[in-house]
Write a protein that binds this ligand. Structure first.
Ligand SMILES: C[C@H](O)[C@H](O)CC(=O)C(=O)O
Ligand SMILES: [Mg+2]
Length: 392
């Protein structure tokens, strides 16, 4: 039987949540005074949208085969990402067989080296790769986790990211990751406020529930060291992305200085096996957190996870809904997953990429049995204001 070939690659943009989950309406917790590297400039301290965290918006990639099957991938990339898909990369992908994921990935990466390697271009490569894995699942009528070697566990367990770990605990999640609100620019007062918030949350959840801080690249080595030691009193489970992603050496210094029982985690803003080799071997992080829509897609995440496993390190992908659930289900060194609480007040579980996808599953009681539908098991919500800005 002839293997179907990819007939067309299409790129759409859409605003308002979705894969660019920071692109939310005013008043959402995710844009409410969270520490960032830009906080050294007071005018940008109150909101991450104020400096353009949601500038790009969602990029939707569709890959259609000549048998009529359609695969769907989503990432952060907006109009520039759509241009890269339609004006450059579609020409390399169209006409290839739906099975040739490794060759296609190699050509996407090598053909964009002169302007890519990380960031928007790797987001775009990831979005294409996700669409192609979904397409292969549609053609084969199998869920992606089958194509990845099958499940190593019956269901996924999740920690929750958001301002209400106390509610997450009641919902059955295994832990709660708080956004850090104050960085070095807010001095000792900010440090104290961080610790007071952690102490209060520890009081509410008791001693055994995991509490973590997501520092979103906002700290320096001295502040992170002092914060980690003070937070150890409240049993902080891990400190995430404390330093700039390129400062692999700073991560190693922090690992040496911070309490031994506290974990150092990072990786959501890292890309490719080479970037994660630096993070693991030079940065000495304890858990890597690639985003499957940003690191190179499933095809590269497989390599990243094998590399981490060779170092005895866990891979807990950054919140990316079904696109990482199938991967986590199939990896022994991915013991749990992240669920981003995207309700504006984090008071209830809503689909993480809402309103982008139809049939997007959510954890119940902090757990999820991944649906056995073909591909990633989701469909594009075509009632959204989708734009295809660069038809080729
Ligand atoms: C909560 C963090 O600041 C960010 O918005 C999401 C993130 O880094 C994560 O889920 O991890
Ligand atoms: Mg994070």
């Amino acid at each position: 039987m002839a293997v179907p070939r990819i007939r067309q690659l299409r790129a759409y943009t859409v605003r308002g949540g979705g894969a660019d989950y920071h692109d939310q309406a005013a008043g959402h917790w995710i844009d409410d005074h969270i520490a960032t590297p830009m906080a050294r400039y007071p005018e940008y301290r109150h909101s991450r949208q104020s400096f353009g965290l949601n500038a790009l918006g969602t990029l939707v990639v569709e890959a259609e085969a000549d048998d009529g099957s359609v695969g769907l991938g989503v990432t952060v990339g907006g109009e520039p990402g759509a241009w890269i898909v339609e004006k450059h990369l579609a020409g390399l992908v169209e006409g290839q067989r739906v099975t040739d994921l490794e060759k296609i990935w190699d050509q996407l990466y090598l053909s964009t080296l002169h302007y890519g390697r990380k960031g928007l271009v790797l987001n775009t490569v990831s979005g294409i790769d996700l669409a192609l894995w979904d397409l292969l699942g549609q053609v084969r009528q199998e869920p992606v986790y089958h194509l990845l070697g099958g499940a190593v566990r019956d269901e996924l367990v999740f920690y929750a990211t958001g301002p209400r770990p106390d509610l997450a605990q009641k919902m059955g999640f295994i832990g709660g990751k708080l956004p850090l609100r104050h960085g070095p620019a807010e001095g000792e007062e900010g440090l104290r406020a961080n610790l007071d918030a952690l102490a209060a949350m520890r009081q509410r959840v008791g001693d055994d529930f995991w509490l973590m801080w997501d520092c979103w690249m906002s700290l320096d080595l001295d502040y992170a060291t002092r914060l980690a030691h003070a937070a150890d009193e409240y049993g902080l489970r891990w400190i995430e992305e404390p330093l700039l992603p390129d400062d692999y050496w700073g991560h190693a210094d922090l690992r040496r200085r911070m309490p031994a029982r506290m974990l150092l985690t990072a990786g959501e803003h890292e890309a490719t096996r080479w970037g994660f080799r630096l993070l693991l071997e030079t940065g000495q992080v304890d858990i890597v957190q690639p985003d499957v829509g940003w690191c190179g897609g499933i095809t590269e995440l497989r390599r990243i996870a094998a590399l981490a496993d060779s170092h005895g390190k866990a891979v807990v992908p950054h919140g990316s809904s079904v696109y990482s659930y199938h991967f986590v289900l199939s990896r022994p060194n991915s013991p749990f997953a992240e669920f981003l609480m995207m309700h504006p007040d984090a008071t209830e579980v809503v689909p993480m990429l809402h309103p982008l996808l139809l049939d997007e599953p959510v954890p119940e009681g902090g757990r999820l049995r991944v649906p056995d539908r073909p591909g990633f098991g989701v469909r594009l919500n075509r009632e959204l204001d989708l734009s295809r800005p660069h038809t080729h």
